[in-house]
Write a protein of this length. Structure first.
Lengths: 179, 179, 179, 179, 179, 179
């Protein structure tokens, strides 16, 4: 393994993958209640998260799964929406990316969190086969919390899709056992 | 409560909400590998699932969350893609909807499952406030399995978003305790 | 001619080409009266019919002509629209495809026919030259009626485009002579 | 009936409705063979024809039917496409509009006719009910030919949709009788 | 230099590049005030001007700069908009193109100028390197005025982007010196 | 004038309007050379700049003019593009906004400036009439340089559109006189 590759493999801070996508809610992206369509927001979040995953891995990345997206607040036509995505943890060839979605009040300038999404991406070679990615180094309090939760979320996702048995999900089991 | 409302409230078979959305993968929906963009597929699935939820509830519905979408197979430009969505379980004002995504080989006509998505929708009044929906009656084997898993998935989602404590998730706890 | 090709050439039932495309009317598809744009509906119908033609022929297909589309009912923003397309008759390398467009009332669930379109597709090789397609076997009453009318419609289309003289249109002539 | 309305009702030359729509074929409008999608071209033609109908009637217009569109020549990505639409005949509240589609060779500048479409539009009031339109005065040889054929095409369309009996289609009958 | 190339190089009248793009303002192109988005109009103007530059040069052309676009009048949803573009002057490998944007009143048919844009395009070979274009011969009064102003605008643009020193902009200097 | 309004009117640092729009180049946004379309980039820049103007003024803003956009570097399909917009100077009711466009190399992560655009926006009331905006306080070296150049650019724009006589453009005159 040559030095160039090794360099890629050094753990990288979460902040290096930060991706900010600010844009308007356009008329073609709204539902009959004049709010941003769930599906359109999912597509924006997917693009922002994929750029974060690409910035961390410096590879071509493809969406592996959407683990959870909660739509807590509707986003009206004409809003300024900011999607902020950051890699939260890197595994062998995959990365969990979380994005927070903010809207801002035009008159006060105040920002409110509208929702949050958890995506998983896989790095692939030009031929499309999975390829290793550098580890992630969380630094802030929030980055550390999200880093810690990532393995638990990964196990949940594997159980839900039938790829892992509940008894093998050691981290998760502890969660339910502890009380 | 008048008769009209009661009628809506009778349990309805899952099959009544079946929604089939067959369409091509157009050039504007592909990523640099010439496959359907993750984000675009999420948007299509969201629309198909929302129609299924609307057919079950006969109400305006809004996306509450995407619980899990796994992208197991890439879908190339020009493919014929079929999204089949059905409500799997109804709660007080929300519905879990699962959609299966199929692609078909042009020459053999054979269908392959490309991926699967789990969404939650909430029925709302014209004013946007949550409103009750009829219960769901699963009939086939698959409908019953998905119905049974729905409560477990709901608890998981509530725990992940911090709205439920693990010790209160009775169904889930059983899952991890049983062995 | 080898067996594989012969197999393709066996007459196929109309039902095998059935294509169902259910989708919402999105804001970007509406005209100033807030109804689905004629042009947008034409594009949707063209996609649904091309999938039906592809399912029948298992070939690449290209639109040869739109023979008749009548817009009898306007389709408002937010509607659930179902386009159902089926091959009605196959000729040497071309297929007539008819699609019916339905909208459904959200509250009653009732379906109303909004319009109907008649398209012709040609099957082509990878190089773009016309290629033979299997014959079609109509089964239901409606399939048979549409099958019978197809030749008449083909002759009309050829006369309109100046490719056939009225005196050679035997089927059509009979129509006007019979009374 | 006041003078203002009478003025609208004077026959108008076909040339007053001429609408020229020149545009590029963009990547999002192509099919897997890299040619302009049939459906996309139908939408462009519909927009050009609707503007021609609006210019003739000075009313809101809605597409009533597509009577015939033949795709004789495929239009590759990057082409410069010109759609030229003109009203060919006006009836009580409806207008037949024909559009010719041209592509031009970049190097020689030569123009070739790619296809032709026949649409019918209805003029409507702000409330959506049909409203009278001025008559059309054809001037050139082509305008006169198309004007003459319009009634025949209208009868054909009515017969095809079951709204007229063949024996009442006097113009058409003559066509088949004459030989 | 062979005759074919020489022929291309003969000065061509401005009228040969005239490009007319008439289209509707669609719902997906409007801003929250229900007027055509500045950005969308810029894209339409860019396409119309690029076709004019291509018609003059018969080459592939790429946008080099937008020199000035003034939005003097807002364009409401549903308007019929006509963009008219013409090359105003050709330099060695670049062309200045000006387009005028008109909207028309549905009821009176009257046309009003909504805005005007000045773009610069460069002709390139298939490999993407700049390539010579024919000179332009202005004929009408307006064509001559715009031709005369083009060099002045070019110098301004070069000064603004720091590629020319004010003292070398002889044409411009004269403008400020003359009084 | 009440305190609330006065507060809006306090000069605000340029950094408060900073808007970052990172996104991919999607297939539907490319030209025949597979690079981002000039017109599409203009639309993105317009949206980013309008958000910056809105953040500074906290008003509805409309594009008044595009003063200069130079396309110095083509942006290939699949690129990660970052548009960074900041208000450079505020006048009575209008603001000049400059945006820089960056692309980044996937493998090295290196950022290169692809182009730059200068736009002018006007703040308007809900009724669409111009309304006052706070002054701008430049802080960094680049912010100060751009602030200083803004008045000169404004005069140029007014002269070009015939709204100012060259002899009244005091700032500009000095530029040409000084040597």
């Amino acid at each position: 393994m040559d030095t160039e590759i090794l360099k890629y493999m050094e753990p990288k801070p979460a902040s290096e993958s930060l991706t900010i996508m600010t844009d308007l809610v356009l008329p073609q992206e709204t539902n009959p209640l004049n709010n941003l369509f769930g599906g359109e927001l999912l597509a924006r979040m997917d693009r922002a998260c994929s750029i974060a995953a690409r910035r961390h891995s410096r590879r071509i990345v493809v969406t592996a799964s959407v683990n959870n997206v909660a739509f807590t607040k509707s986003i009206p036509l004409g809003s300024v929406v900011t999607v902020e995505a950051k890699v939260t943890r890197a595994f062998k060839t995959s990365m969990e990316v979380i994005c927070d979605v903010w809207i801002e009040d035009r008159e006060s300038g105040e920002k409110t969190k509208a929702n949050e999404g958890i995506y998983t991406f896989v790095a692939v070679s030009e031929m499309g086969s999975p390829i290793g990615v550098p580890l992630l180094k969380p630094e802030t309090k929030l980055e550390k919390e999200r880093y810690d939760g990532a393995l638990r979320r990964k196990q949940l996702s594997l159980i839900l899709s039938g790829k892992m048995k509940p008894e093998d999900a050691t981290e998760l089991k502890a969660l339910f056992m502890k009380e």
